[in-house]
Design a protein around this ligand. Structure first.
Ligand code: C2E
Ligand code: CA
Ligand code: CA
Length: 682
């Protein structure tokens, strides 16, 4: 059965259907022809008998008279005429009277048809004629009587089946032609229908499956055009494909995830770590690997049983998931060991920020089955590329660091290298102090004048934050801004600086000074705050500042991360009327096409280009190019970090007259800045 099916399946549907159609039509037409033949035959036979009856009726009376009068020639003529009029095979008369005269029993004469169906005289001595008569289809004899009732002869009409055969032949030809025409018509009709509704949709399905992936799973849904049945087929196939895809996904998930917690397992972890290292290598960033081991899990498991242990692991998982960023990989390597792969970090200390958060999250008590447990954890941290660049090494080092953390008394973290741990701790302490310092008013603002180099007038100033710490002294922003950024403190800190600077400039204007524009730095996080624009507008209203006194500095890298979003937010800022400057220009990766779209007013040439002017040829070329670009885009231009008269001369000569740098002044505390303002006034 199976073999037969296979055998048939190699033929095209068209061939199979062609055979079926032809044989069906042939059978139907044959039955039809057979029926027709019978009807025709019966009709013909009836016709022939009618003919012979009419012949006999026409001849009988006259022939009887002629026989009685021995008028042989006359009735022979009569017979000839009769043969011409009707379609009989032969008409033969036996004349007893004439026979007597000739000394025979009877005189036989009449007409018979030859091979060409012409009537000729019957010759009773010709054996062929006699034989032809015996082979005739049928015959009918009638006695010829005198008026007195005496039998004087017979008249016999012979019939041939020739006409019958002719009719049959015609029938066969007609049937064949009909069969052919109907078959061709049906085949063409079926061909078109099948092609349109079955075969074309089927080959579309096959084509879609052909374009599938390596496992033969189509990438697009299987099309279901054509007929309802094809639609149903495609629908079922798609359902099947989705089921297979789902179970493939489930299998894949099972193979790469931990069943208890749903976290990545060792396999996926290895893969992610390897990918992460490659990515870090490409992007020249760091990667941190955190090895987390729960501190008192064994006790919980041993004393309360595995069920409670499992629940504890699930709670820990949920807390870890909440603590890390979405792009970080959290994995469970087994037992109570978890790892986090932290990608795209820049400073080793960034990892400790997360470690702190994890320590805090896991030190919260857990309630399981109405009992409260305390676990906590120890964390080891290794770093790419600082500690190594092989996945296995990083894991080994993080594990070793974790044991150090355990030895340090648990519930703490350790870097693989001890000085990193020290720095991290220092940083944590600093963060706490900074938070306190912001509250206690230790954050102050210094102002660095911006000057028109051609005549020495002050055109504006940049507000630069300082931390006046009782512990560390005057801390530079380079030290504490990164800490403020990673802890989220930067938003409040920047707002504090903005508020201070805006109150100050408003005061200077009110006091009759001419401080120009107040430039303020914005952290990326600040721009991302949903309420930032509202806050700024409120601040402008509250302090009584005019928007055109304010200039906000953003860096290239800050706006190029999400350029489209940046365009929107910068446009809204520009609508308020504040000015926008691109800080550190030349160090990022601005694309010119975006630069044209940003509603900015100013480019600040970065200090690194100014530093070696005018001797460094490359820097000189870049500086000239930036000035040309600014002129082209109709932007003002200012050079930062100008320290020498030579630098200033070069810049002025090449079209950058506005200067900021130690040549004029370092950033100054408020009172010194005020003194400078009154000097230039006077
Ligand atoms: P920046 O915006 O590029 O600021 C210019 C930096 O160059 C300032 O350093 C300034 O003191 C320094 N500088 C100015 N002229 C010269 C010069 O002639 N020679 C040299 N060597 N340096 C010069 P500062 O004040 O230490 O600030 C460092 C960075 O900290 C700033 O770079 C800015 O990115 C950030 N920053 C400062 N204040 C704030 C703030 O309020 N908020 C935010 N988010 N960041 C700030
Ligand atoms: Ca700046
Ligand atoms: Ca700058």
């Amino acid at each position: 059965m199976n073999r037969l099916k296979l055998h048939f399946s190699r033929y095209s549907f068209y061939v199979i259907l062609g055979i079926i159609i032809v044989s069906t039509v042939v059978t139907v037409m044959s039955i039809h022809a057979a029926y027709n033949y019978r009807t025709i035959k019966n009709g013909k036979i009836a016709d022939m008998h009618e003919n012979s009856r009419l012949t006999v009726a026409a001849l009988h009376k006259n022939v009887a008279g002629m026989m009685a009068a021995y008028a042989v020639n006359d009735y022979e003529t009569l017979l000839r005429n009769e043969m011409d009029r009707r379609d009989n095979y032969a008409v033969i008369v036996e004349d007893y009277n004439m026979g007597k005269i000739l000394g025979q029993e009877s005189y036989r004469t009449g007409q018979i048809r030859d091979g060409a169906w012409n009537a000729i005289d019957f010759d009773s001595d010709n054996p062929e004629h006699v034989k032809a008569l015996t082979e005739a289809y049928s015959s009918e004899s009638h006695d010829i009587l005198t008026p007195q009732g005496k039998k004087i002869g017979t008249i016999t009409v012979y019939l041939s089946d020739r006409t019958l055969n002719e009719a049959f032949r015609q029938l066969i030809v007609d049937t064949l032609i009909n069969t052919l025409v109907i078959s061709v018509f049906l085949i063409v009709l079926l061909f078109i229908t099948i092609r349109l509704f079955v075969l074309k949709p089927l080959s579309d399905i096959v084509a879609t499956i052909d374009e599938g992936n390596a496992q033969g799973i189509p990438l697009k849904p299987v099309p279901g055009e054509g007929s309802r049945e094809i639609f149903a087929l495609a629908d079922k196939m798609n359902w099947m494909i989705n089921t297979i895809k789902d179970s493939q996904k489930a299998l894949e998930h099972q193979a790469t995830h931990d069943t208890l917690t749903g976290l990545a397992n060792r396999t996926l972890f290895d893969d992610r770590l390897e990918q992460g290292i490659l990515k870090a290598k490409r992007n020249r960033t760091r990667l941190a690997l955190l090895f987390i081991d729960l501190d008192h899990f064994k006790e919980i498991n041993d004393s309360m049983g595995h069920k409670v242990g499992d629940k504890a692991l699930k709670i820990v998982t949920r807390r870890l998931e909440k603590t890390i960023r979405e792009e970080d990989t959290l994995a469970r390597l087994g037992g109570d060991e978890f790892t986090v792969i932290l990608e795209g970090i820049h400073e080793p200390q960034d990892a400790s920020v997360l470690a702190e958060k994890i320590l805090k999250a896991l030190s919260e008590p857990m309630t399981i089955e109405n009992r409260v447990f305390y676990s906590g954890c120890s964390i080891g941290i290794s770093l790419y590329p600082d500690n190594g660049d092989l996945p296995d090494d990083l894991l080994k080092y993080a594990d070793a660091a974790m044991y150090n953390a355990k030895n340090e008394g648990r519930n703490t973290f350790q870097y693989y290298s001890t000085d990193m741990t020290e720095r991290a701790i220092e940083r944590v302490v600093m963060e706490t102090n900074l938070r306190e310092g912001l509250k206690k008013g230790e954050i102050v603002v210094h102002y660095q004048p911006q000057v028109d180099g051609r005549n020495g007038t002050i055109v504006g100033m940049e507000a630069l934050v300082r931390w006046q710490s009782p512990e560390y002294g005057l801390v530079s922003p380079a030290k504490f801004i990164p800490i403020a950024e990673s802890s989220g403190l930067i938003v409040d800190l920047d707002r504090h600086v903005m508020k201070t600077a805006m109150i100050q400039i408003r005061h200077w204007y009110a006091a009759g000074f001419n401080p120009g524009v107040m430039a303020m730095n914005l952290a990326a996080k600040q721009l991302q705050q949903k309420d930032f624009i509202d806050y700024l507008e409120k601040l402008i209203a509250e302090t009584g500042c005019k928007p055109e006194w304010i200039e906000l500095e953003v860096t290239e890298s800050q706006i190029m991360i999400h350029p489209e979003e940046a365009i929107q937010i910068l446009s809204r800022l520009s609508d308020i009327g504040v000015r926008l400057a691109v800080d550190d220009f030349g160090t990022g990766y601005s694309s010119l096409s975006y630069l044209k779209k940003f509603p900015i007013n100013k480019l600040k040439i970065d200090r690194t280009f100014v530093q070696d002017l005018p001797h460094d040829e490359e820097d000189a070329a870049i500086t000239k190019a930036i000035v040309a670009l600014a002129r082209n885009l109709n932007l003002s231009i200012l050079a930062e970090g100008v320290e020498t008269p030579e630098q200033q001369a070069f810049l002025i000569e090449n079209g950058c007259a506005h200067i900021q740098g130690y040549l004029y002044s370092k950033p100054l505390p408020t009172d010194e800045m005020e003194a400078l303002l009154s000097n230039t006034l006077g």
